[in-house]
Design a protein around this ligand. Sequence first.
Ligand code: ATP
Ligand code: MG
Length: 424
Amino acid sequence: MHDYETRQPVVLARPDHPISRKLLDPDALWILQKLRREGHLAYLVGGAVRDLLLGREPKDFDIGTDARPSEIRRLFRNSRLIGRRFRLAHVYFRRKGEVEKIVEVSTFRSLRKIDVPEDIPPEDLDLTGTVFGTPDEDAWRRDFTVNALFYNLDDFSIIDHVGGLDDLSAGVLRLIGDPDDRFAEDPVRMLRAIEFAVRLGFRIEERTADGIRRNAGLLATASAARLREELRQMEQRGIVGPVLADAHRLGLLGTLLPEVVETEGVFPLLEALDERAAAGREPPEWAYIAALLLPTVARRYPLTPGADLEQAQDTIAGPVDALTHRYQISAHIRHQTREILLSCYRMARGKAYRTKAKFVRKPEFQEAWAFVQIWAHVARDLGEVVEFWTAYLGGTAAPGQARGAGRRRRPRRRRLASAPAQPS
Ligand code: ATP
Ligand code: MG
């Protein structure tokens, strides 16, 4: 089932699924109950239903309702309307004055494609009457079938309008609707498809995958801020490597990161960063950018003992500046990225590098050292350089030990301690 059709949804009764009320967030539960008491339809929707059915812990709880945005705003004093085109409400929960949790409450959206002026006040939006739809229309507007399931608090059932339950049990990530239409409507969905497939260990359904291959170029028109946000989430989850590897296979990487010209060697570098993130030591954003660009930079101007640092700097500046500019990444992060990459060239000098003792204590040393060791598997002429630093580090105190134990530094030290260079 791929295309919108009004038909009876599949309803999974309470005994046939594992979601118990106890697993729901109490604040989301409170919102659902309040909306129901006021006579509105309200379901738990999206990722939380999917994750609970899979026995995973949801990241956040989203609610879909037939209450209009202005009504939601009125019912929940602790709420704010956000977004422009698709207005939705954020309900805030504070603890000790700090926002502790946000539950997203959105009005069911209609399938009609209407251009709503961005500055229209919420009351008028309500009056247009055509923007909002029924629960089944809302389900069909969502991105993937497994993201379009509703949990009904009235009878604790799961409501499936789009075939999401079948896909969930088969481990299939399927875009709802026609891929050409849906990807044109929002190209970020192409990246989200890959991200969800990796996260859930699902297979991307063939029609969806073909749609990505065909529409990959559209990603260039997507909002850079949203893409960066998706990338940041992958970093936090430690899945950048596998997601970008799939993006590469499906022809998306060239549009997502055109600066990454050389991909050989990129994925092992990303994998090492992902491992750190997965172990709860998330590397900074600049480490990811440096990993993405090291092979491209090193192909253009190889890391050799005789490499000129000024020329290295010039080679580094091009792709780093282009990437950080497109994603509107801060000057600080751009600077750090350049520093790490330049440190790889410093490291390549090996024995000839004059202020080694000082260099090894710099924060960027350890990042660069980790990179160079991995990159050496691709650029085999770096073997001697790696041997030199391994011996050098083996013969000195562990780098960083001379410095104060700042919070940021400890993870790096631990990483180094597990490297073969360290005396046991
Ligand atoms: P996560 O665990 O990352 O929060 P999620 O599925 O909840 O996963 P969100 O980005 O929080 O994803 O979005 C909530 C829901 O809104 C999705 O499950 C999906 O139904 C819908 N949605 C989000 N982004 C889109 C989009 N670009 N197009 C259509 N529907 C979307
Ligand atoms: Mg979510």
